[in-house]
Design a protein around this ligand. Structure first.
Ligand code: ZN
Length: 333
């Protein structure tokens, strides 16, 4: 039994993954703030999951953790995780000392990419409807996408639309990390020289258009779910909402195009908080991509719209991926 823990800014989610690849027990609890509280949250989660599985805490075959921040996956050290109040925490080693099991730590978006890839390989049918829609949507495309490898060998990009925007890339069943863990940080690719100033110091980054923080800025709202409100109002034709929604969707489509042009992945799976928008997000992104394809035989030949999917609601991608991060074979890339 592998244990995966996703330590988020407010909530921590955990799953146990059987050797067969099936999810068994799941758990959610609030995350503490600051180094000691985060370590305690992780320890309590391991204890609770061990109880649920009827095991001792040291009986998990591996433990992996996904965390939002800059992580050295080789040492298990978290350099910074601003939302959690962490700076230079040896999270992996500290947990390993207490638990007597090796604990791997990975950036949460990279972990979620592995989780989404696992889901694609395990349960292709969960995505079937999306495919049927894509066939219809892509009917106008000049040519088709070349046949993919079997689901298990598929290359995939996970496009995380949360407060920010980032991607994780899985090729040959492994995470693409690059030399310094930066691979996939596409949220900070500028797409508009006249755009908003980004927190990174550049102007017009993808993240300033296609992210939760971008929606919060472009669509100030008291609604509990501003993105949902935006899409609902755009759906009924409120002009301001349509304009903001289209700007956002063009940013998402630009991220998909960028990922395919740089990595030629078979699938781009959209996840993160905004993936809860579901079909309207998928349909809107495909509509923009199909519009571009109508004007460009080159883009049409890439079959971009067919490659996009949205992760099923409620699938704990980062926790599942964290369970896989705990397994040594993922670490060799
Ligand atoms: Zn930026």
């Amino acid at each position: 039994m592998k244990l995966g823990i996703d330590i988020g800014g407010t909530k921590t989610a955990a799953v146990a993954l059987a050797d067969s690849g099936e999810l068994s027990d799941q758990l959610r609890m609030p995350t503490g703030f600051g180094a000691e509280a985060v370590v305690e949250t992780a320890l309590r989660t391991v204890e609770r999951m061990a109880e649920l599985a009827g095991l001792g805490a040291s009986s998990f075959s591996s433990i992996g953790i996904g965390i939002p921040g800059a992580v050295d996956n080789a040492t298990g050290r978290v350099a910074h995780a601003v939302n959690l109040g962490l700076e230079g925490l040896d999270l992996g080693p500290r947990l390993a000392d207490r638990l007597g099991v090796e604990v791997r730590v990975e950036n949460d978006v990279k972990a979620a990419a592995l989780g989404a890839h696992h889901l694609l390989a395990e349960s292709e049918s969960d995505f079937a409807d999306a495919d049927a829609d894509a066939d219809a949507a892509a009917a106008a495309d000049a040519s088709d996408v070349p046949p993919s490898e079997a689901a298990t060998g598929r290359s995939m990009a996970y496009l995380n639309l949360g407060t920010g925007l980032a991607a994780g890339i899985v090729q040959g069943g492994r995470l693409l990390r690059g030399g310094h863990g930066v691979a996939g940080e596409i949220g900070h690719i500028p797409i508009d020289p006249a755009g908003e100033l980004c927190g990174c110091g550049q102007r017009g980054c993808l993240e300033t258009v296609a992210s939760g923080s971008a929606i919060a800025r472009m669509w100030p709202s008291q609604a509990e779910l501003p993105a949902r409100e935006l899409f609902d109002l755009a759906e009924v034709g409120v002009a301001d909402a349509v304009a903001v929604r289209e700007r956002f969707l063009e940013g998402v489509a630009a991220a998909v195009r960028l990922l395919v042009l740089t990595t030629d992945v078979d699938d781009v799976v959209i996840g993160g908080g905004l993936a809860a928008l579901g079909e309207p997000l998928l349909d809107g992104t495909r509509r923009i991509l199909n519009g571009w394809a109508a004007d460009s035989a080159f883009l049409a030949s890439l079959g971009l719209a067919k490659r996009v999917r949205v992760i099923p609601l409620g699938f704990p991608a980062a926790a599942v991926g964290a369970a896989l991060v705990g397994v040594a074979q993922w670490q060799k890339s």
